[in-house]
Design a protein around this ligand. Structure first.
Ligand code: SAM
Length: 236
């Protein structure tokens, strides 16, 4: 038995590559993006009353995981990448149907010429992610007071992020031209410590793309110094 499903929308996200994306939605408040609705789901009437909800569930395709396939067990980053658990005890993108689920903040509907967009924030989705469904988040049943979460536990932030004066002025310049608070976004993303567990003891340089900016930093144990914030050169 096979079912055919089609994306109802496409994500435009601040996250232009997988590295740096937080492990879950809700962790980076300054992460913003929008869903471009696709026909036949680009009709305004389909969103009537949605603005009375603060959050929405997004069901989506981990489209950049499909070519890598999946395995029955995975090594979640929560366990330092050391221990294997069953795929269905994880939120790994590499799963049989590559389906993801995220609760994000809903910021409203916007029409631009013939296009319809949903502004969202606090997302954990890569730019270009196909959206398969949207539902309102309803705390009365979705918020489960007695839920437990095994090996996935809240950890206090330990990373300290600083900027060189050049990197700080580049963020300010970007904010003046785009209206986006890039410095806060970088801080929040780095505080989640995107490094693979095995690299955490080494001093190393890293880079990631946020919006159209290339961010570079040095990590030394738990101290990160952002030293470069530059527009990404697009090779044609
Ligand atoms: N909240 C979702 C869930 O639980 O289904 C996603 C959790 S998953 C652990 C989050 C990771 O998925 C991010 O760190 C990012 O690297 C990856 N990711 C996000 N969008 C993706 C996409 N379209 N394709 C492949 N990987 C993606």
């Amino acid at each position: 038995m096979e079912y055919k499903i089609k994306p109802i929308g496409l994500i435009h996200s601040c996250y232009r590559e997988k590295f740096g994306i937080p492990r879950q939605s809700g962790l980076v408040k300054n992460a913003t993006g929008m869903i471009e609705m696709l026909s036949p789901c680009n009709r305004e009437e389909m969103f009537k009353e949605l603005d009375s909800f603060s959050h929405i569930w997004l069901q989506f395709l981990f489209h950049e995981a499909v070519s890598d396939g999946w395995r029955p067990t995975v090594r979640p980053p929560w366990l330092g990448g050391q221990k294997r658990v069953g795929l269905f005890a994880s939120r790994s993108p590499h799963r049989p149907n590559f389906l993801g689920l995220s609760a994000v903040r809903y910021r409203g509907l916007r029409k631009e010429k013939t296009k319809l967009f949903l502004d969202i924030s606090e997302l954990d989705l890569l730019d270009g992610t196909p959206i398969l469904d949207i539902k309102p988040y309803v705390p009365y049943s979705d918020k489960l007071e007695d839920a437990t979460s095994g090996f996935v536990q809240f950890a206090e932030k330990q990373v300290v992020v600083t900027f060189t004066s050049e990197a700080e002025s580049a963020c300010l310049h970007y904010q003046q031209t785009s209206g986006r608070d890039l410095k806060s976004l970088i801080c929040e993303v780095l505080e989640q410590d995107p490094r693979p567990a095995r690299q955490r003891q080494k001093q190393r340089e890293y880079g990631m793309l946020l919006w159209e900016m290339n961010i570079r930093w040095v990590a030394e144990k738990m101290r990160f110094t952002v030293f470069s914030v530059q527009e990404e050169r697009m090779d044609s």
